[in-house]
Design a protein around this ligand. Sequence first.
Ligand SMILES: [Zn+2]
Length: 333
Amino acid sequence: MKQRTHTWLALRAIALLEDEGETPNLVRLLKPHAREAAIGSWIPDMADSKKGFGDIDNHIFKLKPYNRPGKSRFVRSRAKTLKDLGDFRRMGQFILDHGEILGKDWWKQAYRADPPPGQHLANRSMALSTALIDQLILGDPKVAELVPGTVRFAHRLSPESRPRPEEIATYCFMLSHFMADACQPFHCDARPLAGYSAGVHKELEAHWNKLCGTYFDKKKLLATGDRPDSILERARAVDAEIGIQFSNRVPELNARDLWQEVIYICRGSFAIASILVPPSLIPYGSSKHTRFAEVFEKNEQARKRLADLDAAVLHDSVLNIAMAWKNTWATFH
Ligand SMILES: [Zn+2]
């Protein structure tokens, strides 16, 4: 997703936690730094954060058919994929409504992603969430006031070495980036057609940027004198543009940990990519590309599918971000 969309998603996730009302101190930690979401939620895609770190220069999980020994481990039935997504996510509904085109055999095939460990989207999400827990444990007095429990040795550290709320908020926004990317179908499909500059991927993200509106552009948001309350209000107002409604409930993870949850989401995203551009049209081995107009503007049915996709991906991205933050925070309850 593009920067403006990432910013909106992170802000909307703060508003969702606020509306749910179960983690008021987490909201107190993030909300004052709402404007900084414009930077933090985009850090993983900035050239500076990609260079100079060896393998840790990307965040991907691109699936493709896998036919080597032991392949049965990488088969996920339709029922299991839907169960893993949970009925609180819209992506499952999208697969139910539009997934007929995949056919029975599609779900019997093994698919695997094999990114280098440092680039693995689930590794990066889990690593960041774990590091955030440590930051919350060692946080400065302002953080310690919000986090339940006391850490007896923390006061022995020099105050400068203890993470400040601003830092923690920035890393939370970074985590939001990974959670949102897991929901973008073309991030999870290894076909060349899904490459960022290959056509449909970039064009779809430009379409989402339009839905979010220019208020969330970095320059504008950083320059605005708006208070966090009004920024979150502007974020809530975008729901109507997309045609989504939140239940104001942020469930626990379906999986045991965030690593597995990200895999569940990526599996769903890959199925959706394969619904949008069926392998019967462009096989997994093909280097053919396609365009937004071909996928989403051909006829009434394609346009309807786009509206459903917008609602599913953007709703679930917000929800997944809120879930990842809440799950990290839940360590302290
Ligand atoms: Zn990204």
